[in-house]
Design a protein around this ligand. Structure first.
Ligand SMILES: *Cc1c(COP(=O)(O)O)cnc(C)c1O
Length: 374
C-alpha cells in the first residue's frame, strides 16, 4: 500500500455521502434558468423532471414537492383522512409527524423481525371505527407485505399511503413500487439514493384527480388568478432542485449498480460472523441498496452501542437508524402504544456506511473491525 492509499483509508468515513452529478453537466442545465429567468412555479425543468420520474417509476401520476415530508403531509390532507391512522414506529419521525400535524392520531403497529416493516398480522386488531388509513414504511427499501395490506385495506375501506422515502427505484414482482397502495411518497433529500438537494414527490397509478388537488395544495390552494379553492401552503420544487434531479437521474442506475457491489462486498465479509445478521434482499424484489443495516444479536461479543463507539474510534461513523422509535419520543409516548419488537430492534440495529462512491477497501476495513472487535 502506498502513502496515498494509506492516507485515503484513514480518512473519516461517514454513513452516507450525497451523490453529485458532473459539475459541468449541472452548470449546463442551470444555464437555461438564467436564459428564462424562471426560477420556480412549474418551470420547464420541473415539468421535464416530473415526466422523467413518471417514466422511471412506471406510474401515471407524479407530483413534485420541495421535500418528502411536505409531500406526505399534503397527500394526507388531500385525501381528507380523519381520526386514526395505523402506522409503524420504526421509521424516521417525519412519518409520524406528518400524521399528527394533520390533526390525526397515529396508532402504532409493531413490525416483523424479518424485514422490519409493519407486521400485517397485527394491523386488524388496531382498526377501530375511527381508523381511516394505513401508512406503512418500506424501511431501508425493504418492501412491505403490500398484498396483505391491500386485502386488509379493501376489507375495511381504508386508504393506504406508503412512506417510500427509502425505496426510489425499488421494484416488486416486476413493477415499480409506487404501483402499490393509493399513493407513495418518495424523498429526494441529499442523503437518499436519488437526490434533488431537498425534494420529494407523491406517485401513484390512477386518474389525475388527486394530482390536481396536490398541485393546488402545494401552491397556496390557488386555482387560477381569481379563485382560491383550498387552504394550501407552499411546498413547490424550484428549478435548481429540478436541474439537480435531471442530472442525478441520468446517473441513478449506474449508482445503484455500484451500491450493489458494495452490498456484496459487505455480505462476503460479514456473513459468517456470529451474532451479525444481515438484511436480506427479499424474494421478487429488485433492490436499490439504499442502506446497509446490520442486526447485532446476543451471540456477538459487543452490544450495538459498543460497536458503534468502536467504529467511531476508527473514524467510521455508522448510524443508529432508527433509534429511538417514534412512539418512544416525548411527542408520542403519552399515546401509550407499546411495540416490543420495534423497541428491541431499535437497540440492536446499526446502518453501516453505504454510498455509491464508497471504496471496497474501506468496506473491507469496516468488516475487519467488526470481525476482530478491536
Ligand atoms: C427522509 C425521510 C423522510 C422525509 O423526507 P425529507 O425529504 O427529508 O423531507 C420521511 N420518511 C422517511 C422514512 C425518510 O427516511
Amino acid at each position: 500500500m502506498n502513502e496515498k492509499d494509506r492516507k485515503n483509508l484513514n480518512e473519516k468515513i461517514y454513513v452516507t455521502r450525497s451523490s453529485l452529478p458532473n459539475f459541468d453537466d449541472y452548470c449546463n442545465m442551470i444555464k437555461q434558468i438564467w436564459n428564462s429567468h424562471w426560477l420556480t412555479n412549474n418551470g420547464e425543468l420541473h415539468e421535464r423532471l416530473q415526466v422523467e420520474i413518471e417514466k422511471y417509476l412506471g406510474v401515471d401520476n407524479v407530483v413534485l414537492f420541495t421535500n418528502g415530508h411536505l409531500s406526505l403531509e399534503n397527500v394526507i390532507k388531500a385525501m381528507n383522512l380523519t381520526g386514526e391512522v395505523i402506522t409503524t414506529p420504526f421509521t424516521f419521525v417525519s412519518t409520524t409527524h406528518a400524521i399528527s400535524r394533520n390533526g390525526l392520531t397515529p396508532v402504532f403497529c409493531d413490525i416483523n423481525p424479518n424485514d422490519y416493516t409493519i407486521d400485517v398480522n397485527k394491523i386488524e386488531s388496531l382498526i377501530t371505527k375511527k381508523t381511516s388509513a394505513i401508512i406503512p414504511v418500506h424501511v431501508y427499501g425493504n418492501v412491505c407485505n403490500v398484498d396483505e395490506i391491500e386485502k386488509i385495506a379493501k376489507k375495511h375501506h381504508l386508504k393506504v399511503i406508503y412512506d417510500a422515502a427509502h425505496a426510489f427505484g425499488v421494484e416488486y414482482k416486476g413493477k415499480g413500487i409506487a404501483n402499490y397502495g393509493d399513493a407513495s411518497m418518495f424523498s429526494f433529500h441529499a442523503t437518499k439514493v436519488f437526490n434533488t438537494i431537498e425534494g420529494g414527490c407523491i406517485a401513484y397509478n390512477g386518474s389525475n384527480e388527486l394530482a390536481n388537488i396536490l398541485n393546488k395544495l402545494k401552491n397556496f390552494g390557488i386555482e387560477n388568478e381569481e379563485e382560491i379553492n383550498y387552504i394550501g401552503g407552499n411546498a413547490k420544487m424550484n428549478e435548481f432542485q429540478a436541474a439537480m434531479g435531471l442530472c442525478n437521474l441520468k446517473e441513478l442506475n449506474r449508482n445503484i449498480a455500484k451500491r450493489k457491489k458494495i452490498y456484496l462486498e459487505y455480505l462476503k465479509y460479514l456473513k459468517d460472523i456470529s451474532g451479525i445478521k444481515i438484511n436480506k434482499i427479499q424474494n421478487n424484489v429488485k433492490s436499490n441498496y439504499a442502506y446497509f443495516p446490520i442486526l447485532i444479536t446476543d451471540d456477538y461479543e459487543l452490544t450495538r452501542d459498543e460497536l458503534f463507539n468502536l467504529l467511531k474510534k476508527h473514524n467510521i461513523y455508522s448510524r443508529k437508524y432508527f433509534y429511538p422509535i417514534t412512539n418512544e419520543t416525548i411527542c408520542y409516548k403519552k399515546l401509550g402504544y407499546e411495540t416490543p419488537i420495534a423497541l428491541d430492534l431499535s437497540n440492536r440495529i446499526l446502518t453501516l456506511p453505504m454510498y455509491s462512491d464508497l471504496e471496497l477497501n474501506k468496506v473491507r476495513k469496516i468488516c475487519k473491525i467488526i470481525k476482530e472487535k478491536k
